[in-house]
Ligand binder design. Structure first.
Ligand code: DON
Length: 550
């Protein structure tokens, strides 16, 4: 009797681990356990998914300082079963004094000059104003408490702080705010307390977003800019607007796909790649088979050429409609040689791309009424510009690096500038952030997104393909190894390459240059069981994270 019971118990635990625990009332999944817990408690207090997302975003600004932020920006996709999905574009803008040629080779990626006008607080304010239910203060105060009383670091966050402190000796305010009070190394279990940030957040809680854009915090940002040769003025802050936009939409094998429109390239490139892949039977080719991977890589390569050629801030650049059309995707699909990699240089010889950073964060939320939020936001690099606003306790982004900042130079390995994403005053820099949802007949299936600079779009693509084409559980779909091709450099980066030497060989035989990579993305995702309507979260295990549900 006993062994049988044990094996049944094991089977149950194993199934739950693979399929995931199912919740009926709401789920928040983010990179930070205290961040997810704040979102969950807001849901339990009667807040909706947007309330929980706003509260989680403020909490992550405290508990995940490398990317969670009030000094950066991002994109929030809101899917309501009752109305049209919308995107809140709270992307940074170039300050009014910015110019196309303000950066030159060798300029620092850190410091005040690379800061875009921060917009997270305006974006969260707009989300709350349009869709929130609970008072604003209720959503900000949990973050105040986390900053004031501190929170317990896990291993991942302790290591991350140690790394940035060791690398950033000259950034004194950052050392003061994030260094260990006794100049020790941070260890898991230590408590990080941020009194300056608590003060700043309390002001935002009581006075609303204007405190950041017109009040004392604005003055503190401008003083920091003046001291550090930065460009952002009080007018830049006052003029900043978050924008409600219509998401990019396509269908993929009968599912509706929604992603963010420009100035993110995420929605357009994601839809273009899915449209291309729809011309092939990926499932019949077998999951992770060299033939299927070849098609995925070729779809990526083609979408990233168009990203460089056409995409930028739509206020400044006309984005062609055909990019997400099925006819165009058919043409792209026909251009793929099934037996041979297309050299990237053959697709466009006139363009090349710069580097992007490696820290952003994505979280997903759903509430009892199936209102869902996919939110990705960022400081661009890990810990952004390394500028902590003096006495205010928060980091500023280095998002100006997302512009093509060296107009007219083109190499196959690196940086340079196509026209659509050159710097102009007030312009939003092109992003790859891709908060996305998948739905069928108005019912949600997936809420997803990821960090990872330009890899983001490909990470989201693979999570969707894993679920839609290969019917993996959300846990398997999120943890499965990923790959990345971005047109230039002309190479495929592959996770877990060592474990799959035959796949690597087969891809090389097709003409792909395969480079092993350690980790790609961090895709905290929610799957909605179409049979039961229950919610299953998957916290990506690549960094850290928690599914909080009830
Ligand atoms: O908006 C973008 O596309 C980039 N600034 C994102 C940077 C990023 O994801 C770094 N992350 N891991």
């Amino acid at each position: 009797m006993k062994p049988k019971f044990l094996s049944l118990a094991f089977l149950f635990l194993w199934t739950t681990a693979v399929a995931g625990q199912e919740y009926q009332n709401g789920v928040v999944v983010s990179v930070s356990a205290p961040g997810s817990d704040v979102g969950l408690s807001v849901l339990k207090q009667g807040g909706n998914a947007v309330d929980a997302a706003v509260a989680t975003a403020f909490a992550l600004a405290v508990t995940h300082p490398q990317a969670g932020n009030i000094g950066g920006g991002g994109f929030m996709l809101i899917y309501s079963p009752k109305g049209e999905p919308v995107v809140i574009d709270y992307r940074e803008t170039a300050p009014a004094a910015a110019t196309k040629t303000m950066f030159k080779k060798g300029d620092s990626r850190f410091g005040c000059r690379v800061v875009g006008v921060p917009c997270t607080v305006r974006g969260l304010g707009l989300a709350h104003q349009k869709f929130g239910k609970l008072p604003w203060k209720t959503l900000v105060l949990p973050a105040v408490e986390l900053a004031e009383k501190g929170f317990v670091l896990d291993n991942f966050h302790a290591n991350s702080l140690n790394k940035i402190i060791a690398e950033s000796k000259d950034w004194l305010e950052m050392q003061r705010v994030f260094g260990h009070p006794e100049k020790q190394k941070w260890r898991a279990g230590d408590r990080l307390v941020q009194p300056d940030l608590a003060k700043t957040l309390r002001l935002i809680a009581h006075e609303g977003p204007d405190a950041f854009y017109k009040g004392r915090i604005a003055d503190e940002i401008v003083a920091e800019m003046k001291a550090g040769n930065g460009l952002i003025t009080k007018e830049d802050l006052q003029n900043y607007q978050a924008i409600l936009r219509k998401p990019i939409h396509t269908t993929y094998r009968g599912y509706d796909i929604y992603g963010p429109p420009p100035p993110s390239s995420g929605g357009v490139a994601l839809c273009q790649m899915l449209n291309t892949l729809e011309n092939f039977d990926l499932r019949a080719k077998g999951r992770a088979s060299p033939d299927a991977l070849h098609l995925i890589i070729e779809a990526m390569r083609r979408a990233y050429v168009d990203r460089a050629r056409y995409l930028g801030d739509p206020t400044f650049v006309k984005i062609p409609d055909f990019l997400t059309s099925k006819e165009y995707a058919k043409k792209l699909a026909h251009s793929i040689d099934l037996k041979k990699a297309t050299p990237s240089a053959e697709l466009a010889i006139d363009i090349a791309l710069g580097d992007e950073g490696d820290s952003t964060t994505h979280f997903s939320v759903i509430d009892k009424d199936s209102l869902a939020v996919a939110n990705t936001y960022t400081l661009e690099h890990s810990y952004g510009s390394k500028v902590v606003v003096k006495g205010a306790g928060f980091l500023l982004n280095n998002e100006m690096m997302d512009f093509n900042w060296r107009p007219g130079i083109t190499t196959k390995t690196g940086v340079i500038g196509t026209d659509p994403n050159l710097i102009a005053p007030g312009k939003r820099m092109l992003s790859s952030q891709t908060p996305a949802v998948v739905a069928k007949d108005g019912k949600l299936l997936l809420v997803t997104g990821s960090p990872g600079g330009r890899t983001i779009i490909n990470t989201v693509l693979q999570v969707i393909v894993n679920v839609v084409d290969y019917e993996l559980s959300v846990e398997e779909a999120v943890q499965a190894p990923r790959l990345h091709h971005q047109w230039f450099p002309d190479e495929v980066k592959l996770e877990d390459a060592k474990k799959h030497p035959q796949t690597v060989e087969a891809l090389r035989a097709l003409g792909h240059k395969v480079i092993p990579q350690a980790k790609q993305g961090d895709a905290h995702t929610i799957w909605i069981n179409p049979r039961t309507g229950g919610y299953v979260g998957a916290a990506d295990r690549r960094l850290s994270g928690k599914v909080a549900g009830y």
